[in-house]
Ligand binder design. Sequence first.
Ligand code: ADP
Length: 512
Amino acid sequence: MTPQTILKTKFGYDTFRIGQQEVIDNTLAGKNVLAIMPTGGGKSLCYQIPALILSGVTLVISPLISLMKDQVDALNENGIAATFINSTLDHFEIEERFNQAASGAVKLLYVSPERLDSGYFNELAQLPIQLIAIDEAHCISQWGHDFRPSYLRLTETIQQLPTSPTIIALTATATPKVAHDIMQRLNINEEVKTDFSRPNLSFKVVKDQDSDQFLLDYLKVNPDQSGIVYASTRKEVERLTKLLNKNNVAVTMYHGGLSKLQRQHNQEDFLYDRLPVMVATNAFGMGIDKSNVRFVIHDQVPGSLEAYYQEVGRAGRDGLPSDVILLFKLHDVQIQHFFIDQSEMDNQNKHREYLKLQEMTQYANTQQCLQQYILNYFGEEGPVCGNCSNCLDDRESQDITVATQKILSCVKRMDERFGKVLVAQVLTGSRVQRVKQFHFDQLSTYGVMKNQSQKSVSELIDYLTASGYLRAAGGQYPVLQITTDGLAVLQGKETVSRKMAIQAKQSLPVND
Ligand code: ADP
């Protein structure tokens, strides 16, 4: 049977979605392939169809134990022989399922990466595995936002398999760096990437506002809409849930501290629209397929732009206009910084996490189209969306070339060896000990911006970093360096402009 016939007869669809056919053709030609497709793009069929055409077994590696059973049930209902092996089964059941697969009674075998780790290699090596599908493949890369050591060990296991299976790696979020890493580790030469833009999402960044008030106001003007509010800690999820409840918003919550039963119950309340608003940590959402989510609001900044794009991707799956809003407060970045600092990670990993957080901070500070900014981040081109808070920002642009030159020349005079705080202190003529210690009060740029607050100079530095005139290099204590664009400004070859914050309290257009 051809892929097209299977699509129709087994799955009931007439046409392939973008990218599917290409991935399937590569796989059937025995070429390893990396498929990068947005959530809901139809990644599963990319390995399920080849699995039905190939004579051997297809091994599907998936970290989502809770989804495995659903997927297998759905396949079984379609008359496709599939089963799964994960930590919910005892040793006896696992052996039995391996035997089933070895006897050819199963076409697709779903396994969690941890099970592959735990002494079942011999059983695996007995199977006629022809294809290995690695779902959520970004977990393999330390540059990804959800790195898992068990995924790294997976590459060794695969290499040792006697059948040399074809590999298909699938993910919804991979920057060029992560994609490269996955391809290298799994020996993949083909990449199929489909459009990442989400034209029905209106991206918004709301800076330095009272986020509780913003939330309440937003929910008041958007009553009864289904949406997710993300917070970074369990405590904050509990606090927000209480706050919204008190203000008569019908809300439920989800975080890792709730019992499994409670989580399932709350999740269903949300999925079946019994309670429209879900307040949750990032533990919520993987694999959630709810089409009418009208907004995703981040009460606190997440740790990376990849995590952010994956989380906001849960809005507007039905294609209707939806809001995704980041409530950005510098304080929250400091908290994330603290989390990384206190974590058990080694220095190299900490360094990476700091960099990702910096990239997230830059997103909040850019004045470029937000949708375009994210696409560029993922290595894609795209037009301006015309619909994000930056595109809709109708404040006048002001020429800030001179202020920029002051900052850049100060950075240069400090030998590009110091961070934002000290640079802002020198520019505003601060008398703190560190300035004196390094004799920066002797520099010609000392105090040249003393009529401005340290905070506003700091923000301007953030803006120049987000706009690519400065680069914040290094991890925990990034130092400012001048980029080639920055040099052009210093040499008077380029001008810089910025839409300036209005003094009066600004309210964001939430419903346009
Ligand atoms: P992903 O894993 O990329 O998030 P899924 O594989 O779960 O996405 O697919 C999302 C939905 O799209 C599923 O309901 C699936 O049945 C449906 N789907 C996949 N391919 C097609 C297609 N070619 N035509 C119509 N619907 C499809």
